[in-house]
Design a protein around this ligand. Structure first.
Ligand code: MLT
Length: 410
């Protein structure tokens, strides 16, 4: 009789956002009269429609697909040159980072890339994650059998290095000591879930550490478009030496509303080589070639339109709208006496639960008493316990309504 992949059986519970969706669905079924009142500030899903420049590019590309002269079949595995060149120029060269178009791998989104990237590392590579952390990094390594055993009492895996992010360190992890054995370090800035940001000297220190210790940083910059402070780095490649120790993952979901359209990319520089001189770029290219048939042409044209002058202006307006939501949520919660961080240069607001309530306890309380959905901090790791995440991706009306309801909570 066949056996299923036992590594999957080690995963505790459901994927965080699936669990939240099923709890909200159950609540809606049992409370039909309140279902319409539910305000969703849980998963970081955008609500503003695609920008007109993007929609125009989608229409034009669909018309091309309808004509035998301009029809396209399989896209190149790594992405069309027009998009890779636009990315290299706009996301990197414009910030003084020297990334070549052929170091950019276009994909269907940052979630899949951040889950898949671990495949090009050895089975015994030891990972280090921030705690709390976006759960995909850990879950994907559990599935690969890399994380050891799970301790249900602590919520920790035996073969994972956890880097606590607390109010004391401003929710920016401290660099592991030099005796710590770690090969693959996941960092995300602006941070999901805490909304913390990192300045260039601190990011440079991480790059220096990784180069000195032969480790790789997987840098998730999915929320870089929310940075308004001109002193903060948008890319890890703004740091000296990053091309020999860092992979960067980007998304079109949060900067241009592509959560349902799907587009992202990963940068793997040619200079990034393992102890035996193996270039990770070649392995990721090999993986892409075997497992991926390219993001759709029409979606890549839409991505290209994000970089047009109109696309930039329109998507920046959307980001400003979400950032204003974030500011209103932060100010509203602070005025109501809550301990809140994040929400500046980031779309996530990280609040302490009131009266020492557990994260899930507060989730249930907020859903049942106010019909507001957020994300329990404990779902992101043990150091998230006692915290709660709200997103700024809703409408202004819903953000204001949610604050009022939270203020009225008993
Ligand atoms: C989140 O809410 O953490 C994100 O939306 C999840 C994701 O981008 O996959």
């Amino acid at each position: 009789m066949f056996k299923a992949n036992g590594a999957y059986l080690k995963l505790p519970g459901n994927y965080l956002f699936s669990e939240i969706a099923s709890r909200v669905a159950a609540y809606s079924r049992e409370n039909l009269q309140k279902a319409d009142r539910i305000l969703r500030l849980g998963i970081g899903d955008v609500t503003q429609p695609l920008a007109p420049a993007v929609v125009q590019a989608l229409h034009a590309a669909v018309d091309e697909m309808a004509d035998a002269q301009t029809f396209r079949g399989y896209a190149p595995d790594m992405g069309y040159d027009f998009l890779r060149e636009a990315i290299a120029a706009n996301d990197f060269a414009s910030r003084g980072a020297d990334i070549a178009p052929d170091e950019i791998f276009v994909s269907d989104g940052a979630k899949s890339d951040s889950a898949n990237i671990q495949e090009i590392f050895s089975a015994d590579a030891r990972i280090a994650v921030c705690d709390p952390v976006y759960p995909v990094y850990v879950d994907s390594n559990v599935m690969a059998g890399r994380t050891g055993t799970y301790d249900a009492a602590t919520g920790l895996w035996s073969n994972v290095v956890y880097m606590p992010c607390t109010a004391q360190n401003g929710f920016v992890a401290d660099i592991p000591g030099s005796g710590v054995d770690v090969s693959l370090i996941y960092l995300c800035f602006p941070n999901n879930p805490t909304g913390a940001v990192i300045d260039k000297p601190r990011l440079q220190a991480w790059v220096d550490y990784a180069n000195e210790h032969g480790a790789v940083i997987v840098y998730d910059a999915a929320y870089e478009a929310y940075i308004t402070d001109p002193n903060l780095p948008h890319s890890i490649y703004e740091c000296d030496g990053a091309k020999t120790c860092a992979i960067e993952i980007r998304s079109f979901s949060k900067n241009a509303g592509f959560t349902g359209t799907r587009l992202g990319y990963t940068v793997v520089p040619h200079d990034l080589k393992d102890a035996d001189g193996v270039a990770l770029h070649d392995l990721w290219a090999r993986r892409h070639g075997t497992k991926f048939n390219g993001a759709p042409y029409i979606v890549q044209r839409a991505g290209e339109a994000v970089y047009s002058a109109e696309g930039q202006r329109q998507t920046r307006e959307q980001i400003a709208y979400y950032l204003q939501n974030a500011q209103l949520i932060v100010e509203g919660l602070r005025a109501a006496g809550y301990d809140v961080s994040g929400g500046t240069n980031a779309p996530y607001i990280w609040m302490k639960t009131p009266d020492g309530m557990g994260s899930w306890e507060f989730f249930d309380h907020l859903l049942q008493s106010a019909q507001v959905v957020g994300t329990p901090g404990a779902g992101f790791g043990p150091h998230g316990e006692g915290y709660f995440r709200l997103t700024a991706f809703g409408s202004r009306e819903n953000a204001l309504d949610a604050i009022e309801r939270i203020k009225r909570l008993q």
